[in-house]
Design a protein around this ligand. Structure first.
Ligand SMILES: *Cc1c(COP(=O)(O)O)cnc(C)c1O
Length: 414
């Protein structure tokens, strides 16, 4: 096949080919990753990358936008069908940019955000001090109950009454349970705040109706478009009608210039795929697979934060079962058998974020490859075997061989 990249930059061509082969030949279990379809890949690699389209469909600052307008209108229409929000903005370049858009729409610098702590499952863009959100706003963070691993909503309410935030952020990167969106919405109402529900990880699960939706309970909902929904890298904002103009102008011109129209095309294609029964089945299976994973790991003596999962990921706390094995060690031992996970801080973390005491394991990418409950049971045992004997060459060889078999029988791109 002719490869125009190779003619110009062979290093890039090789790296791209190697990355594609790496994805095919490893089990991708990073909870935030997935594999988009050939159609989404194709949409992103188009001449739309050449087009400036500052503004919104029908009201652009550049000529020649008639075709990109069609693309953006379709992305908005599909998103409206999938999530049912009053208003949708599909231009944020990423989930973090989507959150920035909401903060700029809803807050003045110095106002107060109440959000979930990073080591308890939150995200950098929820007010961590290394992120703009922690630098521009006054941030108070809530935590999960150390005993149960669940959010204690009475405590969240008490904290909200104490700090009187303008914005309460719900949603997470590593909290394995459903949020009670309605309760957070009530707490927000009590203290005169808005709820921002960040569904970055679960956009696809919510779209498919296999996870509860915050849309009726939160003023603002943000998401990513490359995690459980397979629409290519990017972000999205949904909001109540009365904040539509504020959100749109916070995205452009407030915090971005021209939208990435090739990525908006990816979103339009991926969202269209997400309206199909096949997508619903995938979303359902992602959760079923995570449940199998949780059951096996628990049976094998591993501690899971909150004891299990309601969604597509589990968070393993290694401190009880494997006190000398850090998250970093566990990630490396699994990488050596071609199972790719990420080390992750856990509630009550005592180690640095580069070391950690946990690993986060997700199922969406494997589910996209066609893995079902039987395969997940096998993979879960492999993970437990490796964690129990991380340096045993026999275990490693046996597991690596079976991982290769699973990869070969479940190709990503034919
Ligand atoms: C992944 C994620 C984001 C967005 O991430 P980007 O890398 O900026 O797209 C935002 N919030 C949460 C909770 C996330 O998990």
């Amino acid at each position: 096949m002719p490869n125009p990249i190779r003619d110009v930059a062979p290093t890039v061509a090789d790296a791209v080919a190697n990355e594609r082969e790496r994805q095919e030949s490893t089990l991708g279990m990073i909870a935030s990753e997935n594999h988009v379809s050939e159609a989404v890949l194709a949409a992103q690699g188009t001449a739309l990358t050449n087009k400036y389209a500052e503004g919104y469909p029908g009201a652009r600052y550049y000529g020649g936008c008639e075709f990109v307008d069609e693309v953006e209108r379709l992305a908005v229409e599909r998103a409206t069908d999938l999530w049912g929000a009053d208003h949708v903005n599909v231009q944020p370049h990423s989930g973090t940019q989507a959150n920035m858009g909401v903060y700029f729409a809803a807050l003045e610098p110095g106002e107060t955000i109440l959000s979930l702590d990073l080591t308890h499952g939150g995200h950098l863009s929820h007010g961590h001090h290394v992120n703009f959100s922690g630098q521009l706003y006054d941030v108070t963070q809530y935590e999960v109950d150390p005993e149960t691993g669940y959010i204690d909503y009475d405590e969240l309410a008490a904290l909200a009454h104490d700090v009187e935030p303008e914005l309460i952020v719900s949603g997470s990167s590593a909290y394995p349970r459903e949020f009670d969106w309605e309760r957070v919405g009530e707490i927000a109402d009590e203290v005169g705040a808005h709820q921002l529900a960040d569904i970055a990880h679960i956009t696809g699960l919510v779209a498919a109706g296999v996870h509860s939706s915050p849309v009726d309970h939160a003023t603002f909902v943000t998401g990513s478009t490359h995690k459980t929904i397979r629409a290519g890298r990017g972000g999205i904002i949904m909001c109540d009608a009365e904040y539509a103009d504020d959100v749109d102008s916070a995205v452009f011109p407030g915090s971005q210039g021209g939208p990435l129209m090739h990525n908006v095309a990816g979103k339009a294609v991926g969202f269209t795929e997400a309206t199909t029964p096949a997508f619903e089945a995938y979303a359902e299976q992602s959760v079923a697979n995570a449940t199998v994973l949780a059951d096996v790991l628990r049976d094998r003596g591993l501690s899971l934060v909150s004891g299990g999962t309601d969604k597509h990921l589990v968070l393993v706390d290694l401190r009880d079962s494997h006190p000398d094995l850090t998250g970093d060690d566990a990630e490396a031992a699994l990488a050596a058998v071609d199972i790719v996970v990420n080390k992750n801080t856990v509630p009550g973390e005592t180690r640095s974020p580069f070391v950690t005491s946990g690993i986060r394991i997700g199922t969406p990418a494997l589910t996209t490859r066609g893995f079902g409950a039987d395969e997940l049971e096998t993979v879960a045992h492999h993970i437990a075997d490796v964690l129990d004997d991380p340096d045993d060459e026999d275990v490693r060889n046996r597991v690596r061989e079976d991982v290769q078999r699973l990869c070969e029988t479940h190709p990503i791109y034919d």
